[in-house]
Design a protein around this ligand. Structure first.
Ligand SMILES: C[S@@+](CC[C@H](N)C(=O)[O-])C[C@H]1O[C@@H](n2cnc3c(N)ncnc32)[C@H](O)[C@@H]1O
Ligand code: SF4
Length: 477
């Protein structure tokens, strides 16, 4: 209760109309166009062309390298990621060998282009990268050193399952240059943990975060999920209180996506034990109130950072960005993905690698990049991406900034180009979600209540959701 009194963020859940709007489904915009609009007609040749075209002109562009390692020790019933549950060391080594071959393909291509990518961020994700042996991980980092200058990386992050790591492991990772750790926490309630097949008491995480371990890293992130089985407002409030005590530098709060038709193992969760739909916005609002009252900056849709963290600084300086992994500092807007399902964003194109491990191996055996789908944007798409990302990252939009950057495409004023979209925004003004020309001369800002609706406002500019008659369809996860 104390947290609610001291938060500066209004409680939108008191307004039934806003509550209803918040519950609408819609994209979270980790990319624009969103993944559902990408084409599976793109492949190796398109990827090579995009890399060559882009890096021949922009050899110095900062790049974020994402590596997907799909292995996990045990299945979490809620997991939607591309994972393989195994403890077979040979199988994992076989995979690592293929990762190396994909890195070789990239290295050869960059030699042909005559440049080395300016890699500024690396993210080891999965699955559970910490499920690799220390020796395998060291080999992988050394291999990455062939393509990246490891002494000049801003953020070198790794996803870790706290149940399968130790303080010694963590210290070892820091000696490899890894400077940020992301823990899958999800929920600290023992009842919930039992229902999701992931028993991980708070003491386990607390024990890992000793002062000497903390001193080895620039920051820790905790992933939290709301909407899990057996969760209630009260239990989740307790989890958030425990998280605050452990004080990670960043927190990613995501709504649990229950998709048993997509991931059969989710059937192991009894749907009757999921919290009622109308409790979701309340859980989210409670968490925002509690974390902001504690001093966290609410940076993205469900992202929070300590004020001293680079993510909070990026938001203050209006340079944050959405990338395929979620909210990002914007220091490296181009992404190269390695491993199954890994995604890439190269200039005006998006790509994604094959999902299945065999399809992935087959492409590498054929000496091809394992591209499965992608999207090549036109000028209008790039413009709309900027508008959508700026609204979500800055909670405002400055038309003049967009005009300066996109003059040839707009060929006139922002207001003229987006007249239909701006007319559609009137309903958000009526609902107190945004204000026109208030803090920005020509533009709009989200009100404090409107912060909960950034992605709802942004989707007005999504041409893939627009219908001929100008209405806006809602789709997405
Ligand atoms: C690769 S895992 C995190 C690292 C490590 N494997 C672990 O679990 O500790 C990535 C994250 O995806 C999120 N995630 C998994 N399944 C999800 C789902 N069904 N809906 C939303 N987010 C999900 C979780 O927050 C999870 O921490
Ligand atoms: S949540 Fe993490 S540990 Fe659990 S199955 Fe998914 S990737 Fe593996």
């Amino acid at each position: 209760m104390k947290a609610i009194k001291t938060s500066l963020v209004p409680d939108f859940t008191q307004d039934p109309k806003l509550l209803e709007q918040f519950g609408e489904n819609g994209p979270y915009y980790t990319s624009y166009p969103t993944h559902g609009d990408w084409s599976n007609q793109l492949g190796h040749t398109d990827y090579v062309k995009s890399l060559k075209d882009f890096f021949l002109k922009n050899g110095d562009a900062p790049v974020h390298l994402y590596i997907h390692i799909p292995f996990c020790a045990k299945l979490c019933f809620y997991c939607i990621c591309n994972i393989i549950v195994t403890n077979n060391r040979d199988r994992m080594q076989h995979f690592v060998d293929y990762l190396f071959r994909e890195i070789d393909l990239l290295n050869n291509l960059f030699s042909e282009i005559g440049t080395r990518p300016n890699i500024k961020e690396i993210h080891l994700g999965g699955g559970t990268p910490s499920h690799l042996e220390d020796e395998q991980l060291e080999q992988l980092v050394n291999k990455l050193g062939e393509i990246a200058d490891l002494k000049n990386i801003y953020e070198f992050a790794m996803e870790i399952d706290p149940r399968t790591t130790s303080r010694e492991n963590l210290k070892f990772y820091s000696t490899l240059g890894i400077n940020r750790i992301s823990f899958g926490v999800q929920d600290f309630d023992s009842n919930v943990q039992e229902a999701i097949n992931r028993v991980q008491p708070v003491e386990m995480v607390e024990d890992l975060l000793s002062p000497d371990v903390r001193a080895c890293f620039d920051g820790f992130n905790f992933d939290l999920l709301y909407g899990l089985p057996r969760q209630t407002r009260k239990t989740f409030e307790n989890t958030v209180d425990l998280v605050k005590k452990l004080a990670p530098e960043r927190i990613t709060l995501i709504k649990y996506a229950h998709a048993p038709e997509l991931r059969k193992h989710m059937r192991l969760i009894d749907a009757k034990t999921l919290p009622p739909t109308d409790e979701m916005p309340l859980m989210f609002n409670d968490s925002v109130q509690s974390l902001t009252a504690d001093g966290y900056v609410w940076v993205g849709i469900g992202d929070f950072a300590k004020p001293s963290d680079e993510m909070a600084k990026a938001v203050n300086e209006k340079r944050a960005w959405r990338d395929l992994g979620g909210f990002a500092t914007g220091n490296a807007r181009n992404m190269i993905g390695i491993g199954p399902t890994a995604g890439g964003a190269i200039g005006d194109a998006y790509f994604q690698n094959a999902y299945g491990i065999n399809e992935y191996y087959k492409a590498i055996d054929e000496g091809q990049f394992p591209i499965h789908s992608g999207f090549i944007m036109d000028g209008d798409d790039v413009l709309r991406r900027e508008v959508i990302f700026r609204i979500i990252c800055d909670s405002s939009l400055d038309y003049e900034q967009i005009e300066t950057k996109f003059a040839p495409i707009l060929s006139g004023s922002f207001e003229n180009y987006f007249s239909n979209e701006l007319a559609s925004l009137a309903r958000f003004e009526e609902d107190g979600i945004l204000e026109f020309n208030a803090s920005i001369n020509r533009g709009f800002s989200l009100t404090p209540t409107g912060r909960f609706f950034g992605r709802h406002v942004a989707r007005v500019f999504d041409r893939f959701l627009q219908r001929a008659e100008g209405a806006y369809e809602i789709s997405g996860p």
